[in-house]
Design a protein around this ligand. Structure first.
Ligand code: AMP
Ligand code: GLY
Length: 423
């Protein structure tokens, strides 16, 4: 069958790499894709949020399956758009409908969902402009630090951690005042957790689920987890501190209540669920849901999955996931993200990239790159994810880091310490 992947990051590159290996895939399209995805299929330059453009492509190229990488088209209802159109209704969309994507699209909804279904999460309360004064009073007696979250999608910038009450009160006013546009018209004030973070993923057909390999994401720009938050500077899978007992607890206290909760609420959820977790002591707590895979976690998770991914996607669409088991490699995958100088602040684009052919023990998953006249150039903040799959964790970390050093462009930066804290 012909398959379309929507998106342009390292996550979509990893999907494209994997899907291109499937015997079930005839022709692969990536829209818009990046400077590397052309190696796995045909790039088509369109905006995934332009559903009419997606429709035209799907009909023109006889596409039968659409894999949605980022959250925005899902939260905007791309799956519903397909179902509502007679010409598209039979096409498999991998990703939830709007009613399911709201788990990511509204933090207030997801917090209420967690409470309603008894899923362990930090204590929180939500406020709007109408209840601003109650919010300011609530902050007065809050323990420090305090986490403020814009309710809606805010391009990964909607979470602010405040060290003082005054700072939190100021931030609450700014958010409700429109700092993040409509996304901040409702703000969740949340208890700050001290623990260690990890990402757990499931693929579900709404009835059954497969738990994918877990991963740890490194969000800070600087070595030793210092400096500003980014979209992710690297990832590792498996996560040593997520032992069998802990993952069992995650399944029973978080995953099962989520799948059952969706059913109880009458939400027919198909696709990926990303559980953003904290391990506090020995216990898992959930800080967020995403309705898609993580980036750069996908670059470490996908290489460990030995199944044919298209077969699993087909099973999701047919609601037959119960007939499948996941085969996961025992090896470790490590991903080091090479970024543009200045990221996550201002950075330049259009720098020629060399050395990609020199990497020895890794795969280069392009993220923010473009291909211009045969030259690969930088085209975003996160430029290339270097993933190495090796027998031991140490080898994987070392190979990914060494191969990241073999790539060059003006202003290039990467963290040399990704994953070494876990050893
Ligand atoms: P998000 O944009 O929702 O992924 O959140 C960004 C980051 O903020 C997370 O990856 C955490 O590191 C941090 N964070 C979010 N919620 C909390 C919390 N309740 N306690 C501590 N840190 C948090
Ligand atoms: N790596 C975190 C995310 O994809 O949101």
């Amino acid at each position: 069958m012909n398959i379309l992947i929507l998106g342009s990051g390292g996550r979509e590159s990893a999907f494209a790499w994997k899907i291109a290996q499937s015997d079930l895939c005839s022709q692969l399209f990536i829209a818009p894709g990046n400077g590397g995805t052309g190696a796995f299929g045909k790039n088509v330059n369109l905006n995934p949020n332009n559903f009419e453009a997606v429709k035209a492509l799907v009909l023109k190229e006889n596409i039968e399956m659409v894999v949605v990488g980022p959250e925005e088209p899902l939260v905007n209802g791309i799956h519903d758009f397909f179902l509502a159109d007679a010409a598209l209704a039979q096409i498999h969309v991998i990703g939830p409908k709007k009613e399911g994507a709201i788990l990511e699209g509204s933090k207030d909804f997801s917090k209420q969902f967690m409470v309603r279904h008894g899923i362990p999460a930090p204590v929180s309360q939500s406020f709007t402009t109408e209840t601003l004064q109650q919010g300011l009073d609530y902050l007065n007696s809050h323990i420090l630090p305090i986490v403020l979250k814009a309710d809606g999608l805010a391009a990964g910038k909607g979470v602010v951690i405040c060290e003082t009450v005054a700072e939190a009160q100021e931030e609450l006013k700014l958010m409700l005042g429109g700092k993040f546009g409509n996304a901040g018209s409702l703000v969740v004030i949340e208890e700050y957790l001290t623990g260690i973070e990890l990402s757990v993923f499931v693929l579900t057909d709404g009835q059954n689920y497969l738990i994918l390999p877990e991963a740890k994401d490194y969000k800070k720009i600087g070595q030793g987890d210092s400096g500003l938050n980014t979209g992710g500077m690297g990832s590792v899978s498996p996560v040593p501190f997520a032992d069998e007992k802990f993952l069992n607890e995650v399944e029973h206290s978080i995953i099962i209540p989520t799948i059952e909760g969706l059913k109880k609420d009458g939400i027919d959820y198909t696709g990926f669920i990303f559980f953003g977790l904290f391990k506090v002591g020995d216990n898992p707590l959930i800080i967020e849901y995403n309705c898609r895979m993580g980036d750069p976690e996908t670059e470490s998770v996908i290489p460990r999955i030995e199944n044919d991914l298209v077969e699993l996607f087909q099973a999701v669409a047919d609601k037959k996931l119960m007939d499948y088991q996941l085969n996961v490699s025992e090896k470790t995958a490590a991903t080091v993200m090479i970024v543009a100088g200045g990221y996550p602040g201002d950075y330049e684009k259009g720098k020629a990239i060399t050395g990609i052919d020199n990497i020895r023990k890794s795969t280069a998953f392009h993220a923010g790159t473009s291909l211009e006249g045969g030259v690969v150039k930088t085209n975003g903040g996160r430029v290339i994810a270097i993933t190495s799959l090796q027998d031991t964790q140490f080898e994987a970390l070392q190979s990914a880091t060494a191969d990241a050093a073999r790539i060059y462009f003006d202003g290039k930066y990467f963290r040399e310490d990704i994953g070494f804290d876990l050893i």
